[in-house]
Design a protein around this ligand. Structure first.
Ligand SMILES: *[C@@H]1O[C@H](CO)[C@@H](O)[C@H](O)[C@H]1NC(C)=O
Ligand SMILES: *[C@@H]1O[C@H](CO)[C@@H](O)[C@H](O)[C@H]1NC(C)=O
Length: 426
């Protein structure tokens, strides 16, 4: 309708303009010419404005979108700096001094960390966290001036910190035999957070502690990074040293002895060069029994087909020394004594098959147990159940508990990165 009327108006305008022009050109009367000149000017302006309006209308949507986008950017930019997120009422829960859980519109639960305005540490650690993007580093969302004296730093929601987690959770099962998988998961996540800071951000955390490790949905994240102006190469060690201290302290407060493997793990991360801890999240301590069994077989295969067999054997035997592991063998004595059943061998050949007290010999023994699990009926009762991977691994580990962590270190020294997929720990 509107379009039709407009086209009609334009047609009339064009006709009037044409007639006027015609009369203007062919007429000799001065007064008429003057009037026509005025009409012509008026028509030209009207025509131009109608056409301009048409062009503008077709571009209007684009203009509208653009201005909306600009407004949005401006608003969100402001929000990120100054405006406190809209809070839903009565949903503020105090967690610690100055730390609150708050329910915020469109976001859900977040943590408010209220600090004095002059608190440079909080501002620094906020700025450092904002520059990070990793699932093992706590996200910082925005900050705003709470009042003249206080700044509120808004961060991703967490349930509690590691110190609180320790008060509510055990470090191992009741027999003290197996470490709590949740505890191992926390360790592994913290190591990944540290690895991200070291290798991607090229910096240290600088202040790792029980309160600077927080738990989000059962997973750990690090927070509270400290700016290190006077960073030296020695400081690279500090994060792993702090983590080692945290682990020792956890067992200390619970009056638990640290299990052998964890003790070796803690010693390893606090003495090894951080750049060599690349593969630490695949340390045997984090693997399932089945993965540990395959680790033993793969390691044996690497030894026999790898390039540096001699130095590998030397390192393993040196570092582990000798152990009377054969005295500990119970379930798998059939494997241990198999050489006796090979009657057609000469005594010299038999000696080769016999196991010794060395680490290398133990490695071969474990490999043989795993590989021949199917051939041997280790249970004397014919009707009894098959051994599970957990039972086999526990038994082997019991013979020589120091073996796996040291094997891992030596494999790494020989540039074998053992990466086990589908880890029980995510
Ligand atoms: C380290 O973190 C603790 C909280 O875990 C904090 O009290 C302390 O001020 C921090 N130290 C530095 C130097 O930032
Ligand atoms: C010894 O006998 C076994 C079968 O009992 C056989 O498998 C093996 O190859 C023999 N070894 C030698 C060196 O003859």
């Amino acid at each position: 309708m509107r379009g039709d009327r407009e086209t009609g108006a334009v047609n009339v305008l064009v006709s009037v303009t044409l007639i006027c022009t015609f009369v203007y050109v062919y007429s000799d009367i001065d007064v008429l010419k003057e009037i026509l000149h005025k009409i012509l000017c008026w028509c030209a302006v009207a025509l131009a404005s109608v056409l301009l309006k048409d062009v503008l209308q077709s571009r209007m949507d684009v203009f509208r979108d653009l201005s909306r986008e600009l407004c949005h950017r401006f608003n969100s930019g402001i929000k990120g700096l100054l405006v406190p997120p809209k809070r839903k009422r009565d949903l503020v829960k105090r967690i610690n001094d100055g730390v609150y859980q708050v329910n915020v519109e469109n976001i859900g639960h977040v943590i408010y960390n209220v600090a004095p305005r002059g608190d440079a540490l909080s501002r620094e650690s906020y700025n450092l966290a904002v520059a990070c993007s990793n699932e093992f580093v706590l996200k910082n969302i925005c900050c705003f001036n709470q009042n003249c004296n206080q700044v509120c730093y808004v961060m991703e929601h967490y349930e509690h910190n590691f110190k609180q987690w320790l008060q509510e959770n055990a470090l191992s099962d009741q027999q003290g035999k197996n470490l709590n998988p949740d505890f191992l998961q926390i360790l592994r996540d913290v190591l990944r957070g540290i690895a991200y800071l070291h290798h991607v951000k090229k910096r240290c955390h600088g202040n790792l502690s029980e309160t600077n490790i927080v738990i989000v949905n059962g997973r750990a994240k690090v927070t509270g990074m400290v700016n290190d102006i006077s960073k030296t190469s020695l400081d690279d060690y500090s994060d792993h040293l702090h983590l080692a201290t945290i682990i020792r302290r956890s067992f200390g407060t619970k009056q638990h002895a640290i299990p052998t493997e964890l003790e070796l793990f803690v010693t390893y991360i606090s003495t090894e060069k951080p750049s060599r801890l690349l593969n630490i999240e695949n340390h045997p301590i984090f693997l399932s029994p089945l993965q540990r069994l395959s680790y033993r077989v793969i390691a044996h295969t690497i030894l026999y087909f790898g390039k540096s067999k001699k130095s590998f054997v030397l390192a393993l035997n040196n570092k582990l020394g000798k152990c009377k592991w054969k005295h500990n063998v119970k379930t798998f004595h059939m494997v241990l004594n198999r050489y006796k059943t090979l009657r057609n061998l000469s005594s010299k050949q038999r000696k080769i098959f016999q196991y010794k007290q060395s680490a290398i010999s133990y490695m071969r023994f474990c490999r043989n147990v795993v590989v021949h699990l199917k051939d041997n009926n280790f249970n004397r009762d014919p009707g009894s159940k098959k051994l599970t991977a957990k039972e086999v691994e526990e038994e082997l580990n019991g013979y020589w508990p120091q073996f796996m962590p040291i094997l891992h270190e030596i494999l790494l020294d020989h540039d074998h990165l053992m990466i086990v997929h589908d880890a029980v720990l995510k």
